[in-house]
Design a binder for this molecule. Sequence first.
Ligand code: FES
Length: 123
Amino acid sequence: MCRIFICTTCNRYAPPRADETTPGLRLARIVKAAAAQDKAIAVRMVECLNTCPNPCAAAFREPGKAVIRFGGLEPGDTSALLAAATTYAQSTDGILSPNTLPERLRSKIAGCITLGIPELARR
Ligand code: FES
């Protein structure tokens, strides 16, 4: 199962008024609702994914796989994000080449983390 972590505290540098939600929380709610029927994807809301200068942020994570982090996301990326999560879930190591991603996400990759997975870090 692919877990999509979405930062609810984006945009850290432009906090909303007390009666507003953050863009990150709005994105998380939209993605969570869109993924509700997909048993292969779980959406988790978290505070900060260290992509703060480029809000909004999300990351794919599964045990034993690379973590793929995205920045600059907006609600219009929801379908692309879910399609990429499905590709990630089907991969053996979580490493996604840009060509396997929906085009609108290719410029929004903010990192591929293989720390703690020695067999991936050596590649
Ligand atoms: S506040 Fe969203 S990534 Fe840091």
